[in-house]
Write a protein that binds this ligand. Structure first.
Ligand code: ADP
Length: 459
């Protein structure tokens, strides 16, 4: 197996008596591959906890497993929703010091109550919501429940006891335990947080360093949003492709930190807008298009629908490879959508009207993304309102080719915008067409693209 440096893996057995140069580890420890080419049958690796480096026998490790996408997966398995005080007491039997749960008050909807078992009694602490923060005693304030439970698990504060054991809601699986078991939980003390590099809809994105690797960290403070992102994260643990932004792991601390590879050149829209025609040539535009197409071909093979494919959700790596990010809406099936949130200008007509999302609706979005690429990051359907776009597109209107767009590229866009989803090509077909286009632009660029990608000379 060919493992890239940075791959996290799990030890299948102990290596307690390490020979010189070898790494000491125990079964279940998480190790990071540093180099796979040092010695045959061995990898150089770093121990995620001891931070020591050394050789490991490659047959003694396995790659991290993907997290099962399970609606029961919860960052707050101790949260039981609306249940009464007596019901909560019932759930905390038999008594056990430090056994706890959180419920929503029935009498005061929206208010939370922390219930803790101690000395054979159950204590109920009302959580007060004040100035956007939570408190029990007007001394300690918290952004969210996760934050509060984290604090009282370490410190007793004004409670009768520190919190020891969560009483899990039926069907709830602790995300923390699952992440830790599978090797996706990272350690906050090993993270060096750097400058802010972007604002997402739900939280800021920072540059950072994790055990020597440059990373991006998306921070989500709101507990409800963090919970929703657990599903995105679980999906991401399943996916590995050179054209998808890679998940390195998550950190649970005051909400959720999602750690991914750092894409130093930012999102594709800004990349194109700030550089323009004089810097980025048509061959480079085609290579970006091909990169995204290959990422989508992989998603298609996994039967995943992205639902929010757009140039703003494509990021550019240091060596100018385009990768698809933001699987927030990606789902195995096509139920549940919030219509008001749909990106109208990117969404296929049948998805807008009948919520029919499929790989073929992703293909439509991909066509719009191609248009954005060849228009150097312009907003699609310039000067048209969302209502107008909806109406006209339904009636058969399609955008014109962007200025100086190669006719071949525009022809591909038009294929993606077939009214009938069945008539649109799949991503494999699109890839073939793009490869043909690329070989036409300059004889060397298609063959040279791989090499150029490695060296960073891609224009
Ligand atoms: P949202 O989907 O909530 O809008 P994003 O994940 O798109 O948030 O992040 C917002 C911005 O942060 C992006 O447009 C990009 O500029 C920056 N960003 C996000 N992830 C990374 C990353 N892995 N590397 C570099 N920059 C990133």
């Amino acid at each position: 197996m060919n493992w890239a440096p940075g791959t996290q893996c799990v030890a299948k057995c102990d290596n307690r008596k390490a020979k010189p140069g070898e790494l000491l580890y125990h079964k279940g420890d998480i190790l990071t591959i540093v180099d796979t080419s040092t010695r045959k049958g061995f990898y150089a690796a770093r121990h995620n906890t001891t931070e020591e480096e050394g050789l490991i026998n490659s047959s003694n490790v396995r790659e991290r497993e993907a997290l099962r996408v399970d609606p029961g997966l919860s960052l707050m398995p101790w949260f039981h929703g609306k249940i009464s005080g007596p019901t909560a007491v019932g759930k905390l039997q038999p008594p056990q010091d430090g056994l706890f749960l959180v419920r929503e008050s029935i009498r005061h909807p929206g208010d939370y109550v922390l219930c803790v078992s101690f000395s054979k009694e159950v204590f109920h602490y009302r959580v007060i919501y004040q100035d956007n923060k939570l408190t029990i005693d007007n001394q300690q304030y918290f952004y969210n429940l996760i934050d509060m439970i984290e604090f009282y698990s370490k410190t007793k504060g004004s409670l009768v006891t520190t919190l020891v054991t969560p009483r899990k809601k039926q069907g709830a699986k602790s995300a923390e335990q699952e992440l830790s078991k599978t090797g996706w939980l990272l350690d906050i003390t090993k993270l060096i947080l750097g400058e802010n590099i972007g604002e997402g809809e739900f939280g800021a994105v920072y540059r950072g360093e994790y055990m020597g690797q440059m990373v991006a960290v998306k921070t989500i403070k709101c507990d409800v949003t963090a919970q929703a992102f657990m599903q995105e994260t679980a999906v991401m643990t399943k996916l590995q492709h050179k054209n998808l932004v890679r998940l390195l792991g998550v950190i649970l601390h005051k909400g959720l930190h999602i750690v991914t590879e750092l894409m130093t050149k930012g999102n594709l829209v800004n990349f194109l807008r700030t550089r323009g025609r004089s810097v980025v040539g048509p061959a480079q535009l085609l290579r970006f298009s091909l990169d995204v197409c290959e990422g989508m071909e992989y998603l298609e093979s996994k039967k995943l629908v992205h639902r929010d494919l757009a140039a703003r959700n494509v990021l550019i790596s240091d060596d100018s490879v385009a990768k698809v990010s933001d699987f927030g809406l990606a789902k195995m099936d096509s139920k549940e959508t919030d219509k008001a949130k749909l990106p109208v200008k990117w969404t296929a007509p049948e998805a807008l009207k009948k919520e029919k999302f499929s790989t073929k609706s992703d293909v439509w979005s991909y066509g719009v993304l191609l248009w954005e690429i060849f228009a150097y990051g312009r907003q699609p359907y310039p000067k048209m309102s969302l209502e107008e776009v909806k109406e006209k597109v339904e009636a058969g209107y399609r955008m014109e080719a962007p200025e100086d767009c190669p006719p071949g590229a525009y022809a591909i866009m038009k294929l993606c915008w077939e009214q009938e989803p069945r008539k649109r090509p799949g991503f494999s077909k699109l890839r073939e067409k793009l490869e043909q286009e690329l070989s036409k632009t300059s004889p060397s660029s298609a063959a040279g693209s791989q090499e150029a990608a490695k060296t960073g000379l891609r224009s």
